[in-house]
Design a binder for this molecule. Structure first.
Ligand code: HEM
Length: 157
């Protein structure tokens, strides 16, 4: 039976996630809707987000090793009062960056990728409205797989 790669491996490993967030946050800082909420972010922000997403997609436990967990990430959004318009722009710019840095664009990968991004951004917005969350401090990191598509696009292989 063929070994199915993780989304992390299929994407190109950590260099791909770090490239994605580095290019993404450059765009964010030039965007009129997002710049005001990100202008004070730390220089490590892009790496933390790369490590978080990479871990969700089956990569090494880098975010956890840095002392983070799912709740920590959720907490970073408390009381930011993020709007649906900001969320949509965040998603749009991330997907635009994914194309620009040539993240795999096969239907299977992108379907799984967008699935998590859609879920994760909605969770971020919900948990940004105050300082309460349904997410327990002990909640494990989400683990995203290929989902309904069941595996990567193999083009007849
Ligand atoms: C899949 C979706 C998302 C993930 C995985 C994510 C992840 C993270 C992480 C890991 C941090 C902490 C960074 C650090 O410790 O340096 C953070 C902070 C933050 N996120 Fe998100 N986020 C997501 C969606 C969003 C969206 C949609 C918005 C806004 C539209 C947003 C706005 C922010 C802001 C404003 C901060 C704090 C920035 C600061 O430190 O000044 N996030 N996010």
């Amino acid at each position: 039976m063929k070994q199915i790669p993780t989304l992390y491996e299929w994407a190109g490993g950590m260099p791909a996630f770090e490239k994605l967030t580095a290019a993404f946050y450059k765009k964010v800082l030039k965007d009129e809707l997002l710049e005001p909420i990100f202008k004070h972010m730390s220089p490590h922000h892009q790496l933390h987000v790369a490590h978080f997403i990479a871990e969700v997609f089956g990569g090494p436990e880098a975010y956890t090793a840095e002392g983070g967990c799912h709740f920590t990430m959720i907490q970073k959004h408390f009381s930011k009062h993020l709007t649906e318009a900001q969320r949509k722009r965040w998603v749009f710019l991330l997907l635009e960056t994914a194309d620009e840095i040539e993240l795999p664009d096969d239907p299977e990968f992108r379907s799984a990728f967008v699935g998590y991004i859609e879920w994760g951004t909605r969770i971020a917005v919900i948990n940004s409205q105050g300082e309460h969350t349904g997410v327990a401090v002990t909640e494990p990191m989400p683990r995203w797989g290929w989902g309904e598509t069941g595996g990567p696009y193999l083009n007849g292989e």
